[in-house]
Design a protein around this ligand. Structure first.
Ligand SMILES: [Zn+2]
Length: 447
């Protein structure tokens, strides 16, 4: 929470107060920011399901009300029930949550807290899609429809843009829901005939929006090979952004053959290095030409990393990029631009699915509210990561002579300890003292 105190707290409640764009009815007895914290608590303390708000917080801890009042700077004499949150979310417009997320991320960008993760000076954006909800029966007009043999699945997906920070931090920057909301024309036609929404279409909606929201940032996108196509290259050229895309033979076979042939002709283009027990060899080829399905020609550099570890196990990676690859840049582009891809899976969706954040849980029976719960989760996860990955927790662990994961056993235990603290320890006033907090330097650097 100290991270919150130092960097966000003075603003956070002001941001939360302006959240709903006046759509919360006056009949609702709780102030907006108190209900926003009630919602964030669901994910900050990783409660897994909405009704746990009642069991763990409302009926379960002597200190909860005082601590929530302290967070929200309110004086509530009662606690809401979990249904109050669902009612509240039904009245907060989605753009309110999006604005809150933007305010948080912009603050971190301005503080240069994320700069250590840049590649050639550019902020790295990771794109990845995942399934959110899947049913055997249609439950809303916007479902994606997938046929698997005799089974028809109705699902909702999301494409997420995450900004990479140091120490493994990935901050949600933009979310584009992949569904058939735009397919209004499909009314009256069988689902199978509707031209479905997809990742590439969602990308074309998401990235121009991010350009408008973050005009000062020239992003470098780290992408998987699905995006190695003219649609992506044309869009990025238009936005003035660059990319590193996983390079696989199957996706662009002609380009791969050309790469392999040219690589053999420039054996001097190699950088080798050893790091602990790892040996790495980087090679590259400049100015390959890719002709896309519409006959447009794109000039791209290609690079690869061949890695051998202490057990002689080998790994091979290759990428295409619009960045200038050379002796001085090949390692940085490969390591920080290319191999960061796995972080979206490991630190992003996997973590959100396989923890008390419970991403795939249906938090509301109302499909209109899913998106609100999703955004609330992403916002809370930014705060969770600042706590887990910040130097403050690391220093605390060092005082005990252990790394963070050994002190707590797991990140799950960090969340549980935080919940215990919320329930049973009345948080002292001076923990929230902005002047005192200003004297503590907190960083995300792992150095
Ligand atoms: Zn649906």
């Amino acid at each position: 929470m100290v991270q919150t105190t130092r960097h966000f707290f003075p603003q956070l409640n002001a941001w939360l107060e302006r959240l709903p764009d006046t759509r919360v009815p006056e009949a609702c007895t709780y102030p907006t920011r108190f209900l926003a914290w009630w919602g964030l608590a669901l994910y900050l303390f990783q409660l897994s399901a909405r009704r746990q708000l009642d069991f763990e917080l409302r009926d379960g801890g002597a200190a909860v009300r005082a601590n929530l009042n302290r967070l929200a700077e309110t004086q509530q004499t009662t606690l809401p029930v979990h249904d109050t949150l669902d009612y509240f979310l039904g009245h907060v417009v989605l753009s309110g949550w999006e604005r809150l997320r933007r305010q948080m991320v912009q603050r971190l960008v301005r503080m240069k807290a994320l700069d250590a993760a840049r590649v050639l000076g550019l902020p790295v954006l990771l794109l990845d899609a995942t399934g959110l909800i899947c049913f055997r029966q249609r439950h809303c007009p916007h479902c994606l429809v997938q046929r698997h043999g005799k089974v028809t699945l109705y699902l909702h997906q999301v494409l997420e843009a995450k900004l990479l920070g140091p120490a493994g931090v990935v901050l949600s920057l933009g979310s584009e829901f992949i569904d058939n909301a735009d397919a209004a024309a499909s009314a009256g036609r069988p689902a199978e005939e509707v031209k479905q929404d997809c990742e590439l279409k969602a990308m074309q909606r998401l990235l121009p929006r991010l350009k408008r929201e973050y005009p000062q940032l020239r992003f470098m996108l780290s992408l998987d090979n699905l995006y190695a196509c003219g649609t992506t290259f044309a869009l990025l050229e238009q936005l003035g952004w660059s990319c590193v895309v996983t390079f696989k033979e199957g996706r662009t076979p002609a380009l791969w053959r050309e790469y392999v042939a040219l690589r053999g002709q420039c054996p001097e283009q190699v950088v080798r290095r050893s790091w602990r027990e790892r040996r790495q060899e980087f090679r590259w080829v400049k100015r390959l030409v890719h002709e896309d399905s519409e006959g447009r020609r794109w000039e791209l550099d290609a690079l690869e990393c061949h890695e051998t570890n202490a057990d002689d196990a080998e790994q091979y990676f290759a990428w295409l990029t619009t960045l200038p690859v050379g002796r001085k840049t090949v390692e940085e582009i490969a390591e920080k631009g290319g191999r960061t891809r796995w972080k979206v899976e490991n630190e992003g969706f996997n973590r959100q699915k396989n923890s008390g954040l419970n991403l795939e849980h249906v938090y509301s029976s109302d499909p209109e509210k899913w998106k609100s719960y999703y955004l609330l989760l992403q916002i809370a996860f930014i705060l969770v990561q600042l706590l887990e990955r910040g130097s403050l927790l690391r220093r605390l662990a060092q005082e005990w002579g252990r790394p963070v994961w050994k002190l707590f056993g797991s990140l799950k235990n960090v969340a549980r300890r935080l919940l215990e603290s919320l329930r049973f320890t009345v948080w002292a006033e001076d923990w929230f003292d902005a002047q005192q907090a200003a004297r503590v330097h907190i960083s995300l650097d792992s150095s």
